[in-house]
Design a protein around this ligand. Structure first.
Ligand code: BGC
Length: 269
């Protein structure tokens, strides 16, 4: 069996930059038609350049604007994608933001924005995806599963993170959303998993790698001694979405260069 996503349609939320862009490109190069979702008008240019890289290398897809925290927009995105491409086979729930603040200074707006995009957005997209998977049913010319959902979580699904209570809470909750969906729809042959990246070099954590000093500090947390790249996550997402991973469901896969081995304990404890 090969790792292929041929004949499949993948919606990758928040894929105009960062990890999402890496996943979109990897999935397209494995044969999927990819919907490069971007959140607002200002990100259109970036989304177009991701799509251009995809089509320049022989892939297929479209860009689509949708704020995943808005129910009407999410419902419409799935309707439009199904109208254009017939169905959706893969959802990568990637869109996510950080709005960091010391806990006592965190505003309700910072809390609600992060929960709205990182958690409610994943709920809304998963709900529309599952409805479409069930409507279509299994089609073995596409995949032996009825559909696949990949939630992009974080090492902060299990690692507490001072100054980031909203973000860590959203990621912890994604684990329960993922496992509940895997349990609820396993019998329908819908596979649901999470990817938990560590430090990946993207705009969201620029302050952790943009100076040599910051990068040196970051690497103290990573036994494998390099920062991750979006294609590291793209490779894993392709595998998890492919039929090679058919028995994998209900699992969080950590991809972090060993960050969750808690390197600080190598000389202490
Ligand atoms: C965060 C990054 C951070 C990484 C490791 C990710 O989920 O978005 O800002 O560098 O976790 O701490």
């Amino acid at each position: 069996m090969e790792v292929s996503l041929k004949n499949q349609v993948a919606v990758v939320t928040g894929s105009s930059s960062g990890i999402g862009a890496g996943i979109a490109k990897s999935m397209a190069s494995s044969g999927a038609t990819v919907i490069v979702n971007y959140p607002f008008e200002g990100a259109l240019e970036q989304a177009n350049s991701v799509l251009k890289e995809i089509t320049d290398s022989g892939g297929n897809g479209m860009v689509y604007q949708c704020d995943v925290s808005k129910e009407d927009q999410v419902v419409k995105m799935f309707q439009d994608v199904v109208a254009r491409f017939g169905t959706v086979d893969i959802l990568v729930n990637n869109a996510g933001v950080q709005k960091d603040a010391p806990f006592t200074e965190m505003t309700l707006d910072q809390w609600n924005t992060v929960i709205g995009i990182n958690l409610t957005g994943q709920f809304l997209c998963a709900r529309e995806a599952v409805k479409e998977f069930l409507r279509r049913g299994i089609d073995t010319s596409r995949s032996i599963a009825c559909g696949k959902i990949i939630h992009i979580s974080s090492v902060h699904e299990i690692v507490p993170w001072a100054g980031h209570a909203n973000y860590a809470s959203s990621k912890g909750a994604i684990r329960m959303l993922m496992q509940t969906l895997a349990q609820e729809f396993g019998g329908d042959k819908i596979r649901v998993n999470s990817i938990c990246p560590g430090a990946i070099q993207t705009p969201i954590n620029k302050n952790a790698w943009e100076t040599p000093e910051a990068l040196a500090d970051l690497l103290k947390l990573i036994p494998y001694n390099r920062i991750g790249q979006p294609e590291d996550i793209g490779n894993l997402a392709v595998f998890l979405a492919s039929d090679m991973a058919d028995y994998i469901t209900g699992t969080s896969v950590f991809i972090d260069g060993g960050m969750t081995t808690f390197e600080s304990f190598s000389t202490g404890g």
